[in-house]
Design a protein around this ligand. Sequence first.
Ligand code: GTP
Ligand code: SPV
Ligand code: MN
Length: 596
Amino acid sequence: MALTTNKNVLTWLDEMVALTKPANVVWIDGSEAQLKALREEAIATGEMEELNQEELPGCLLHRTKKNDVARVEDRTFICTKEKEDVGPINNWMETSAMKAKLSPMYDGVMAGRTMYVIPYCMGPLGSPFSKVGVELTDSIYVVLNMDIMTRMGQGALDQLGPDSNDFVRGLHSKANVEEENRYIVHFPEENTIWSINSAYGGNVLLGKKCFALRIASYQGYKEGWMAEHMLILGIEDPKGNVDYITAAFPSACGKTNLAMLIPPAIYKDAGYKVWTVGDDIAWMHIDPDDGKLYAINPEAGFFGVAPGTNAKSNYNALMSTKKNTIFTNVCHNMDNNTVWWEGLDKNPPVDAVEWTGNKVNGKEYAAEGGKLAHPNSRFTAPAINCPCLSKEFNNPKGVPVTAILFGGRRAKTAPLVYQSFNWTHGVFVGSAMASETTAAATGAVGVVRRDPMAMRPFCGYNMGDYFGHWLEMGEKLGDKAPKIFNVNWFRTDAEGHFIWPGFGDNMRVLMWMLERCKGNVDAVETPIGYVPYAKDIDVTGLEDITTETVEDLLSVDKELWLEDAAGVAELYAMFGARMPKALAKELDDQVARLKA
Ligand code: GTP
Ligand code: SPV
Ligand code: MN
């Protein structure tokens, strides 16, 4: 039985049913009874395995196919009428040509299978900034993940209402998970997403990157708001005032970790607290009353990187995974039917099933350098599990943003932190971001590439226009605009070791930023922006880090920066007339300062 009378939903559903020809159509209402039955079915068919219900209640393990472990940027398309509107960074095909290409692949693809109709809401129910999507899928794994990652079920349809046509139409079929026929396709002009031949999170949980970034970035451009690849965290001072920071780092570059950081003793003992609002995506609007920028997290869970997560690096993330969590492509610890991954602890299980499903002696396997968990193995954990979840998590208005951070993995060049001169220069700093690639997407790992605002894989329209949109938001915000900073936790020494301890100690850097926002601390004016005086980064309690180390971490090598500027110029040239002149001028000015 349909859960809505909304004709826009029902007409589209009829068309998609006619195309994919499922044996059954099941509406997902979000009820626990229905979810329980789906979990049991997935366990019975072997699609998922039930983990130790005493240690990990409600937790399941899933393995994807070996060829289907990460986002596929080369097979991700933005389809519009005009190529110009998609720009040089995205793969493009004309809308009707793509539909003509994919329709035969969808024709009858769900024969003998059940189609699940998933209504979901991105953002708190009842928020004016939330948006609704409906995903059609033939995967129970998708249903169970969407339950964790979104507000799924009847509530979403209530949010949409009986007449609205403002919902994103998502069609997903795992088909036969064929790599060569895998397509992740967006039609922003039609609020539509088609995904086929994958069952990996980022390719198939259509509310996440496909909707909340690629489609939403385009909606934000048209409607005057922003959808960004950003965490949102709050820092509460001993008096109870909370400042919120959003931060854009590329995939697997530390958003989940920063969002949930545990303050070092110097701050904890003084009464500071850190609260998580989001770990991956922020939707930001200008409040009509106070003119400030506010952020909501459109998601309801964390699809986080497992390797490296442990009680020391990210206690809060680890605690978030202790119940009702789905683990994908981690190692199955057969000693006690739990899970393991590289970096959880130093004791790989002897009796193990590695992520592709082979039984191994985990100790020996790891000792020989084998990876028991895939480097991009993930947990899907409900946000409500997070011990430091902000009480503003469901605030329909969102939280006011004091500072915006950009950052990436740079072995050299970028200093630990610097502040942009102003909003326009800050947009330049974001546009000039570069970072080493990670296992979150298929392809080479560790190659530095330009990744403006950490949105290279996620901007659903021409990035030249996207830069322009950022500039325009700054004009609207005027002196209410958040201050913009850049950070780099990943500088290495001559042996290739990270110099900065990172993780919780990153708070030392955030505290400097907040002092800057309040006008409480001076900084050194360098050609790239304001850099701290080393003494102003508090290193009390850090054994290996002295003020000299910090000085080193903050150094600005003009030669390296001039080389980097050449890379930025190359990037900008790609956008031709769509490239805002104001940013080209920022680049020229920065080069002039570096040469002076
Ligand atoms: P996506 O979910 O892919 O968007 O990634 P993310 O940005 O949330 O990345 P995440 O926080 O999961 O971090 C990914 C990897 O970076 C993990 O292996 C972490 O251990 C490592 N990492 C995170 N923060 C730091 C840090 O401050 N220093 C160092 N050296 N590594 C870090
Ligand atoms: C990322 O790759 O940035 C992620 C994971 O957050 S995915 O959902 O696969 O995009
Ligand atoms: Mn991400």
